[in-house]
Design a protein around this ligand. Structure first.
Ligand SMILES: *[C@@H]1O[C@H](CO)[C@@H](O)[C@H](O)[C@H]1NC(C)=O
Ligand SMILES: *[C@@H]1O[C@H](CO)[C@@H](O)[C@H](O)[C@H]1NC(C)=O
Length: 401
């Protein structure tokens, strides 16, 4: 037993002496990534507590000019050291930087990097594939063989399915094909004769890769290994849910028309398709110009047993869907943060329509009330100027590590 001392002479207990379970209780209540990072920086004991499984913090908002926000704070912050400006896509905790000599994934939280092959190194399947001649009187399906020469090939979506599997939509404007590779490999793999599609999103769900095209069919991508190299490749693409396509050909009236975007996101164990209609006003001399207005969302759950999309009216009071180039559902019940909402960004890549407001921001859609609370009320104070590559604003999810 320690000798008895006068209570006033006892040294103050060290912060690091807080039992780990108390530290975890504190961490669980911190919704902001930056607060958790500061907490973890106090001492090794608290760092260890922050490494335990915890409910995820709110995602960060990344802007392509290298500015990050850690909601609910509205003050920008920079990761220490070099900036992370100029990414082309975001996947979970990864920023994707395409370069001529290869693609780079960088995790700004841990500084880990992963190298992927350059988009010019694509292995064809079959290897002897040749471009079909395009006769003017015979419509030929556009395949990888037609778009592969384009100088403007870009990655519209990339996902890291596992440490051994990366899949991406690569193409020209909205005509894309599914490419896959193993990190560190020398080439991507593609099926040369598959028809390119207007792929909208993809998700790795329960160990399988799913993709959705604009016709709302849910596709499952069957993956096999190349016998020689062991590299992953698409062996077959099957339709698991036949969609009920909803095209924006029908004008509600002469003045407005909806433009559509689809997202796939896993929430509470289910795979959801979120259909976003961006209502545009038709203006201009010959009705040629579209100006984006309000977004309206509908959520559907994949019913694999009956091969159909079931409409749902709620995602649950504790869930918030963060939709963008990379989407996730985040449980917010412990944060005193109301759920059953969609937080979304103006992440359109194509200039099919214009915006009136020169600033873009985080908007909130309330599923219960079927309405958007305008702009800035989601995260007041966070907004950025449109134009340039700022449509690449995206959510970044530190918990994916
Ligand atoms: C891929 O397809 C084959 C042949 O249809 C099937 O046997 C296999 O289970 C599929 N694999 C996956 C992961 O779906
Ligand atoms: C990046 O964009 C934001 C929002 O428009 C702006 O506040 C910030 O100053 C910009 N940062 C740099 C480094 O240009």
């Amino acid at each position: 037993m320690a000798p008895e001392t006068h209570p006033h002479l006892q040294p103050p207990p060290s912060w690091s002496a807080i039992p780990q379970d108390l530290a975890v209780l504190v961490l669980r209540l911190l919704p902001a990534y930056v607060d958790r990072a500061c907490f973890a920086a106090v001492c090794p004991q608290w760092r260890a507590a922050a490494r335990l499984p915890l409910p995820p913090p709110l995602p960060l908002l990344a802007l392509p000019n290298g500015t990050f926000y850690s909601p609910p704070y509205t003050k920008p912050f920079r990761f220490p050291g070099c900036g992370f400006a100029g990414y082309q896509s975001v996947c979970g905790n990864w920023l994707v930087f395409p370069r001529d000599d290869g693609c780079f994934l960088v995790d700004p939280f841990s500084r880990a990097t992963v190298t992927l092959p350059a988009l010019s190194c694509v292995r064809l399947r079959p290897p002897n594939a040749v471009a079909e001649r395009t006769d003017s009187d015979k419509a030929v399906d556009v395949t990888w063989m037609h778009i592969r020469g384009s100088n403007n090939l870009h990655i519209s979506k990339l996902i890291v399915c596992s440490p051994n599997l990366v899949a991406a939509f690569v193409g020209f404007r909205d005509t894309t094909q599914i490419l896959m590779c193993q990190p560190g490999a020398l080439s991507w793999s593609v099926r040369a004769y598959d028809r390119c599609k207007t792929f909208e999103d993809m998700a790795f769900y329960q160990g399988k890769l799913y993709a959705i095209a604009d016709n709302e069919n849910l596709l499952v991508v069957n993956i096999s290994e190349d016998h020689k190299t062991g590299d992953p490749q698409v062996s077959k693409i099957g339709t698991v849910i036949k969609g009920d396509p909803w095209y924006s050909v029908l004008y509600e009236d002469d003045d407005t028309t909806p433009m559509k975007k689809l997202y796939l996101v896993e929430s509470c164990g289910a795979l959801l398709m979120v259909r976003r209609a961006i209502w545009c006003r038709v203006t201009g001399e010959s009705g040629s110009k579209l100006v984006a207005g309000q977004s309206v969302f509908e959520v559907f759950k994949a019913d694999f047993e009956h091969s159909r999309w079931d409409k749902v009216t709620t995602v649950g009071d504790d869930q918030v869907l963060f939709l963008g180039r990379c989407s996730r559902a985040v449980s917010v019940s412990q944060y005193d943060f109301p759920g059953d909402k969609i937080l979304f960004l103006d992440d359109d890549e194509l200039d099919d329509y214009d915006y009136e407001d020169e600033n873009s921001c985080v908007s909130t859609y309330h599923l219960r009330f079927h309405c958007v609370t305008c702009v800035t009320s989601g995260y007041p104070g966070i907004y950025w100027k449109r134009g340039g590559d700022m449509h690449l604003a995206a959510w970044l999810f530190p918990q994916d590590r």
